[in-house]
Write a protein of this length. Sequence first.
Length: 320
Amino acid sequence: MKKIISICVPAYNESDNIGEFYKKIKEVFEKKIPMYSFEIVYINDGSTDNTLEKMENVANLDKNVQVIDLSRNYGKEIAMLAGLEHTTGEATIIMDSDLQHPPEKIPELIHMWEMGYQDVYGKRVTRHKESMLKIYSSKLYYKILSFLSQTKIEDGIGDFRLLDKECVQALISFRDKQRYTKGLYNEIGFKKIGIEFEANERFAGESKWSTQDLIKLAKDGILSNSLIPLKLSTYFGTALSLSAFVYFLYTLVRALLGKTTLPGYSSLMIVLLIIGGVQLISLGVLGEYVGNIFKESKDRPIYLINKKNSIVKEEQNSGK
């Protein structure tokens, strides 16, 4: 009996890519790795175009295609979790629907999995049509994140990867609502290996990631993987307090020696603004952590599925 490889595909407003993605995946499995069977789990992340309709058309033509329609836009991190919870294969490959993750690399991912590796991740070596500012800011972000967190996260390593069923179950067991899956890949451990790939240009459309989305992802990545920002706030506060105490001793000694200094309004305001700024930054960092705790403590569902529009093959999921 053929082993089933699941393809987890979160998508938001990717209607022009859905059909072509299915065509490429089917072609790879039929021509290059016919000894394996595949299933595609499309996750519609609250799209406002006809992405859902395109997914349903593919699912109606092929029993190996599932469609999970989320009740609203939750973001890619939550959409991936929803997809992973509905996969049934012995291994799952997470891919973007825009075909920037090359389907032709799937046989190599599976080969490394068969060699005994449980997490086979893709490492991007080229960036098509990206500005130098974006490239260097990305490298800087991952260096900062690696410094602040307990685990090393390299630039160019993202969600394009094959995960063994055991890894999938481990990721599902983490019920964080503010998810940063790149950090969780390292958190779960298991035997890992990387393969290099050249990212394709998007088949159609433009990236849906706005600057605001990227900033939020960066913030979640830091706050979800490290307590160092809180420690840095403590260090800054301690350093300022010591500096103020030393300055107090300095002025006291000068006064005892009969040396007085003309009062300076500007210098006083600078000191007050610096201290006040550090305090506000520290409170802001603390507030972010408290806010995340508040969200987690409410124990709400991580996502909701629109059952009416979701197409889940009963024969594939009866054994789950």
